[in-house]
Design a protein around this ligand. Structure first.
Ligand code: SF4
Length: 171
């Protein structure tokens, strides 16, 4: 009898975790789907300032002399020189690479794009000071203190509006 109770509990807990897992996967898929919708048929893109903020949120700014390390969820792609977000659940493929070649559309170009950590530059950004902010990543506070001059040092390419020779080395 005790065993049956124990077994029923285990099954209940397992079912709950399974439900949670499935609903979080559905949430991630919905989120990226709405990003794709925001791209539209005319390849709408985020503006350069917002893309810079997103780039700092994911890649940090240590490569340009800053003190913001890269995100702990930033993953190396199996394709050399490419990166993807390990927390989004979208995997490693050209369509999910955070930055692409200068002339190609990358994930950070989507006008509407969510970050699992609600970091600056993303559509679901929650400032550190806002009540209910559950992301205590200290990097967020550092990014919020960036000045326009700091952001000026971040080079990102926006296809069609930036000449190729200014394209980011990271791309
Ligand atoms: S969690 Fe957010 S900041 Fe980190 S790599 Fe993913 S999208 Fe970028």
């Amino acid at each position: 009898m005790e065993y049956e109770k124990f077994s029923a509990n285990i099954n209940k807990n397992h079912l709950e975790s399974l439900k949670h897992f499935i609903s979080s996967k559905i949430g991630q898929t919905k989120s990226f789907t709405s990003s794709m919708v925001s791209r539209g048929v005319s390849n709408n893109k985020v503006d350069v300032g917002v893309k810079k903020l997103r780039a700092v949120s994911c890649f940090g700014n240590e490569d340009v002399g800053g003190n913001i390390p890269k995100c702990s969820h930033l993953m190396n792609s199996s394709t050399e020189g490419k990166f993807f977000c390990g927390a989004c659940g979208c995997g490693d493929k050209p369509g999910t690479w955070l930055l692409s070649n200068g002339e190609k559309y990358s994930k950070l170009d989507y006008p509407k794009l969510s970050c699992p950590l609600n970091m600056p530059g993303f559509t679901n950004y929650i400032p550190l000071s806002v009540e209910g902010n559950v992301n205590h990543d200290p990097r967020k506070g550092l990014i919020e203190k960036l000045t326009p001059e700091d952001l000026e040092k971040i080079h990102v390419s926006i296809p069609e509006i930036m000449p190729k020779d200014q394209a980011n080395q990271k791309n």
